[in-house]
Design a protein around this ligand. Structure first.
Ligand code: AMX
Length: 388
């Protein structure tokens, strides 16, 4: 009988706990980083202070847990269609807290060594329900509630069910794209806003539902996950302005007009990467294979050629290359998913897998509440011996 994911995790846990104990006992006082004042004021960029790992989940288990409580369906159905789908997603995930196994176990006085087991159950339940919540939001907002998502097919994989519930289940190529999409967007390291917000809120022993909702609220910002929405909107505006003229000059002029009006080029730049985002390249490979003649893909390819040079001349961004969000919308619109306000919800479904996996590990390894130390500017002036 093969072991379940939970049993496998439980079997590996004691050795990992021991390994970390030993690491800290022998090497705990070693200095692992130096911090500059720029890093302190620069959003803690690059300070090595987080531990982040990943686990894999099982589609069948998610399908079995996918039903939504009636009050969550009612809550989503009552949202006005002009409430952003990310706000609706965050509300629905927050509302799932009513059935939080961890919060109930905590209230009963459960031993902290067992916390992770309840967090595991909650995380699996949340991930399993996300496609159904997302599809409900999609049908309400963009199909005016005229249709409701079909039921999850218990023998099919997670992404098939997501695509099917959205109403695109008959398109195998789109389903394949979404398998790539879900894989790419779960990937992260712990310092990005959605991952760190989930981890930070979880460190208070807040429930996985409230922790993930915090992560989603961060993902909904235009400098983070909402950039996929912003990027396609901006590409469409560009296309409406330059028409079929994809010449270097027409595009370069448009890039400068965006920058000169004090806006960022959405989908370009990154806080950590200093090269083209490998997740952009994976999507480009898919596009070259399946939609090389799509007019929007041609525009995106021209941008890939021209924007890094323009951003370099602009002289501000540390990374003038495209990130994941510069490409995803063009692929989605090609297959008929054109509602850009929904794009970050898809990002969120994938990101939930990565960040909740970490929340389980956080509780399993007994990570403490996070509490960095803050100082006033006067104190920092004193620390660096500045005469200001
Ligand atoms: N267009 C124009 N200017 C940009 C820029 C872009 N794409 N990227 C960075 N800059 C500017 C910054 O606004 C900043 O200007 P300022 O000094 O006037 O404030 C300067 O360059 C330095 O920024 P940085 O150190 O290179 O980047 P950062 O770590 O502060 O920010 C990011 C990173 C992603 C927020 C930024 O590159 C950006 O705003 N990009 C556009 C939005 C985007 O694509 N976000 C999605 C990122 C991926 C994700 O999280 N999903």
């Amino acid at each position: 009988m093969p072991k379940t994911l939970k049993e496998t995790f439980a079997a590996k846990l004691p050795a990992e706990v021991e390994r970390i104990k030993k690491l800290r006992k022998v090497h705990g006082s070693k200095i692992v980083d130096e911090v500059t004042l720029d890093q302190v004021y620069g959003g803690a960029r690059g300070i090595k202070s987080l531990v982040w790992e990943q686990v894999r989940m099982l589609s069948e288990d998610w399908a079995a847990r996918s039903d939504l409580p009636g009050y969550v369906v009612e809550l989503v159905d009552r949202c006005p269609p002009d409430l952003h789908p990310m706000a609706q997603l965050s509300l629905a995930v927050t509302a799932l807290e009513r059935d939080c196994a961890f919060a109930k176990a905590y209230a009963r006085g459960t031993n902290k060594k067992e916390y992770w087991e309840y967090v595991f159950e909650d995380s699996m339940n949340i991930i399993a329900k996300l496609p159904t919540i997302a599809a409900r939001i999609y049908h309400n907002v963009f199909r005016e509630g005229r249709s409701v998502p079909v039921a999850v097919q218990k023998d099919k994989d997670f992404t098939f069910n997501l695509v099917n519930q959205l109403g695109f289940g008959n398109n195998e190529e789109f389903t394949e794209l979404m398998r790539l999409y879900i894989t790419l967007h779960a990937d992260h390291e712990g310092g990005n806003v959605s991952a760190h917000a989930t981890h930070l809120v979880g460190s208070t022993l807040s429930s996985p539902m409230l922790s993930l909702a915090s992560g989603f609220n961060g993902l909904a910002g235009p400098l983070h996950g909402l950039a996929n929405q912003e990027s396609l909107n901006w590409l469409q505006k560009m296309k409406a302005t330059i028409g079929d003229d994809l010449s270097d000059k027409a595009i370069t002029d448009y890039l400068w007009s965006t920058l000169n009006s004090g806006q960022v080029l959405p989908g370009y730049g990154h806080s950590v990467l200093r090269q083209t985002d490998p997740r952009y390249l994976a999507q480009r490979t898919f596009a070259l294979r399946h939609l090389p003649n799509d007019p929007m893909f041609k525009l995106v390819s021209q941008l890939y050629k021209l924007a890094p040079e323009v951003l370099t001349q602009h002289g501000k961004t540390k990374n003038p290359y495209p990130n994941i969000d510069a490409h995803s919308g063009v692929l989605l619109q090609h297959y008929g998913l054109r509602e850009t306000r929904f794009y970050t919800v898809l990002f969120g479904i994938s990101r939930a897998m990565g960040v909740l996996a970490q929340v389980i590990i956080d509780r399993a390894l007994g990570f403490p509440i996070e509490r960095p130390k803050s100082y006033s500017t006067d104190a920092w002036v004193g620390f660096v011996g500045a005469k200001l």
